[in-house]
Design a protein around this ligand. Structure first.
Ligand code: PSV
Ligand code: MN
Length: 386
């Protein structure tokens, strides 16, 4: 039955929220303050807790070492969430002006490695399995950096970090083709990430941030290849129209997110396995109200994941192997076109959740309370965001 498939998919689906999505942020041209924005780690966890309470699919929160610690497990638990992936910060300190693990200065490379090792320790204390690494390292002008040498330094640094992991911990290695570096970025694409993860050790995987690709790139093909190589570790989801725009998941191209989920579900169907993938949101909104936006994102993720679960894999495999093109494509399109919202409302009811998370959150009075309590502080303080 269709609704059984949908209920099962929703039972299995969780997506992690980013702590930084609840703080004041902006663009490099300026920040627009929101009166209800979180300014402390506890407030970020409280806001994330609201998203989980109303959607039932966001039990963990990704934390940025520099922005969110000190913190402890109990503070997260107080708000009904747990601390999720730990994100070291190797891009803000002045010493990282010319890079972190690939800085030409050995002392800076050592400081970057130490920060990674400290982050492993923080993850251990927080009971977090995954360390999500993103490096801003790169250069702005041809001839200014030794690309091969920097690759070697990355290999050495990541290997040394990997040696400090507990057996169940993982490194998730993110790639990004540009920004803040605009000539070359040391880990620019999934191939570089894959090779470095392999060099780091067996507990390293690739992290796919959907905003970190060139425009026409076929992201679901990258996902399919990483699945085949057993190297897909997780996602940072966001949508974009131009570059790394941090727009709401599925707001521009929901079919692409569906196709990504489909590749995963189809792989699982073919292999009879469940892939261990950390689904995470990496968005930060300076115009939309933050908690409401995260509720929008989480419910959109549920819808798209559920649609992907509806693909008839047996039929699709048959059509693909016989080159029945129209029917194969229709197989995908029919699943994508299915209105899964009524079944999702039923699932929510069965879990004791509100049928309409956004409306229920609005009716709760949380936002008004947060605005009253935080408005004054927000007028004077702006949380950091990179
Ligand atoms: C970099 O653009 C990135 O995607 C990394 O994941 C960071 O941790 C995150 O954004 C927040 O700055
Ligand atoms: Mn990211």
């Amino acid at each position: 039955m269709e609704s059984d498939v949908i209920f099962k998919a929703l039972d299995d689906f969780a997506i992690e929220l980013p702590s930084w999505g609840f703080a004041n942020t902006g663009t490099r041209f300026g920040k627009f303050i929101q009166e209800a924005a979180a300014t402390t780690t506890e407030e970020k966890l409280a806001d994330a807790g609201q998203v989980h309470a109303f959607t039932g699919c966001c039990p963990t929160v990704a934390m940025h070492v520099k922005w969110d610690f000190p913190c402890d497990k109990a503070t997260a638990a107080k708000y009904g969430v747990a601390i999720g992936s730990i994100n070291p910060n190797l891009f803000e300190d002045q010493i990282y002006k010319h890079g972190s693990l690939a800085n030409p200065d050995a002392e800076v490379r050592a400081a970057a490695l130490q920060h990674l090792i400290d982050s492993v320790e923080i993850a251990r204390r927080m009971g977090s399995r995954d360390l999500s690494l993103w490096f801003a390292d790169g250069s702005n002008f041809p001839g200014t950096a030794n690309i091969r040498q920097r690759r070697t330094w990355f290999k050495e640094g990541l290997k040394a970090m990997h040696a400090r992991l507990d057996p169940d911990q993982r490194i998730l290695l993110e790639y990004k083709p540009f920004e803040p570096a605009f000539y070359h970025t040391d880990i620019a694409d999934w191939g570089m990430s894959l090779l470095l993860a392999r060099a780091a050790g067996p507990q390293a995987r690739v992290l796919v941030d959907t905003g970190h690709h060139y425009q026409a790139q076929n992201i679901e093909q990258i996902v399919a290849w990483l699945l085949s190589e057993n190297m897909l570790g997780g996602f940072h989801f966001n949508d974009r129209r131009y570059a790394d725009d941090d727009l709401t998941l599925g707001s521009i191209d929901p079919y692409q997110v569906f196709r990504i989920f489909h590749e995963i579900r189809h792989f699982e169907w073919e292999t009879g396995t469940r892939v261990d993938i950390a689904y995470m949101v990496d968005q930060s909104h300076n115009l939309k109200p933050k908690i409401e936006e995260m509720i929008q994102t989480a419910t959109m993720a549920q819808e798209l994941f559920t649609k992907a679960a509806l693909v008839d894999h047996g039929k699709l495999a048959h059509y693909q192997s016989h080159a029945v093109l129209i029917d194969a494509e229709e197989c995908l399109k029919n699943a994508f076109a299915t209105d899964v919202r009524p079944a999702i409302r039923e699932w929510r009811k069965s879990k004791g959740l509100a049928e309409a998370p956004l409306e229920a959150f609005r009716a709760s009075g949380y936002l008004e309370r947060a605005t009253r309590e935080r408005a004054e502080r927000n007028r004077f303080s702006v949380s950091s965001y990179a």
